[in-house]
Design a protein around this ligand. Structure first.
Ligand code: NAD
Length: 379
């Protein structure tokens, strides 16, 4: 019998890995210990915008893989939210508990500055506004800085506000009435975003099923509910998937929509702030087949991004609130388009992104690059 030959898959070289990206910058400063990668995925819509994550990656390859994936995601988020920004992200290789220093972030700020406005950044997992106050000493291309430095402050307020608009749009689509009260919601995670969403739903008179790893925040919300027409029922972390609520609101971790949980869900829709809620793209189809409406996470949770993007034109809370309201219309359009084309809501959202990028590419081809807006917006 003929022996089957084992064919080793061809290892991708670095240029093959970054083929979808415009520019990838490796930053190395032995004096401060900085090792970082900045990835600019696509600047069709404007300068790249995206946070900087600090994580003890096991290898440079792991860090590269993460930054490439995250920066591509930012192109989608910016385009879907109608922002004149492209997708970018940075990762710093290191343990946020042990490896931080002001000098390291100043050095990182200098690398960001060297890109001359092609990349704007701020906090993400593992980095704080204090870190970026240091980076801001070296470059203007920082956002999400504290109000005392001219920034716009806590962006989880805008994120929560966007989730509320997304819930109103979902109620409108499902029940022909966008009223938030008289409905039931299951909220997973009462952190910076989830707690604010819960408060507003209680004010509207809704019934909430809640779960969090932290008992104190649940007790706090229970007390709060007594001053409202709303109602709270605490459930354990597994039971949150099988409540008979109208809408499930994931505001904790990603990948919680998977083969195990979809079987348990009884809700009519999923609308939450958590990033990357679907464990795989196939789960969007499974939800559709089960008749559960899924609000794509990058549309629902864009409020904070809308705020930090807007900050570059000078802080203005009113303008941010108006811009965040666009999530309502945008999500309704996606629901309707998905229904008309018999596709998942994720595919409808992705198609919208592709058409926004295509339109801008045509405009960019028409006018010379010289006539495009200046990228140093703060000047
Ligand atoms: P957070 O860390 O303040 O809150 C998360 C909460 O979830 C915490 O209270 C935690 O105890 C709880 N939690 C963790 N694991 C849990 C579990 N298994 N079951 C129940 N509760 C659990 O985070 P956040 O800023 O509120 O963000 C929530 C989600 O929204 C995250 O996925 C984040 O990436 C995403 N998001 C946040 C923003 C923002 O502006 N903060 C913007 C976009 C997306």
């Amino acid at each position: 019998m003929k022996q089957l030959e084992f064919v080793k898959p061809k290892e991708k070289n670095t240029f093959e890995k970054i083929a979808n990206h415009e520019q990838v910058v490796f930053c190395n400063d032995p004096a401060t210990g900085l090792q970082a990668i900045i990835a600019i995925h696509d600047t069709t819509l404007g300068p790249a915008l995206g946070g900087t994550r600090m994580y003890p990656y096991k290898s440079v390859d792991d860090a590269l893989e993460d930054v490439l994936r995250l920066s591509e995601g930012m192109t989608y988020k910016c385009a879907a939210s109608g922002l004149d920004f492209g997708g970018g992200k940075a990762v710093i290789i290191g343990d946020p508990e042990k490896d931080k220093s002001p000098a390291l972030f100043r050095s990182f700020g200098q690398f960001v500055d060297s890109l001359n406005g092609r990349f704007y950044t701020g906090t993400d997992m593992g980095t704080t506004t204090d870190d970026f106050v240091e980076a801001f000493k070296e470059t203007n291309f920082i956002n999400g800085i504290p109000e005392v430095y001219g920034g716009s402050g806590d962006s989880s307020i805008s994120t929560a506000c966007g989730v509320i608009h997304a819930l109103e749009a979902t109620n409108e689509y499902l029940f022909n009435n966008n009223d938030l009260g008289n409905r039931t919601y299951a909220i997973q995670g009462l952190g910076k975003v989830g707690y604010k969403v819960a408060e507003q739903l209680l004010e509207a008179g809704a019934k909430l099923y809640i779960t969090d790893l932290n008992q104190d925040v649940m007790t706090q919300l229970n007390t709060k509910a007594k001053d409202t027409n709303g109602e709270v029922e605490q459930v354990d972390s597994e039971a949150i998937y099988s409540t008979d609520a109208d809408i499930f609101i994931p505001c904790a971790m990603g990948a919680i929509i998977n083969d195990q949980t979809i079987g348990q869900l009884k809700v009519k829709a999923i609308v939450g702030s958590a990033n990357n809620q679907l464990q795989s793209p196939a789960h969007a189809k499974m939800l559709q087949e089960k008749g559960i409406l899924y609000a794509p996470d990058y549309i629902v949770n864009a409020g904070g991004l809308i705020q930090v993007a807007d900050e570059l034109y000078g802080p203005n809370t009113k303008r941010v609130l108006v811009k965040t309201k666009a999530i309502y219309r945008s999500l309704l359009d996606i629901y309707v388009q998905a229904e008309l084309d018999a596709i998942t809501t994720v595919e409808a959202a992705n198609r919208k992104v592709r058409s926004v990028l295509e339109e801008q590419r045509n405009r960019n081809n028409f006018y010379s690059r010289k006539r495009r807006p200046k990228w140093n917006i703060r000047e």
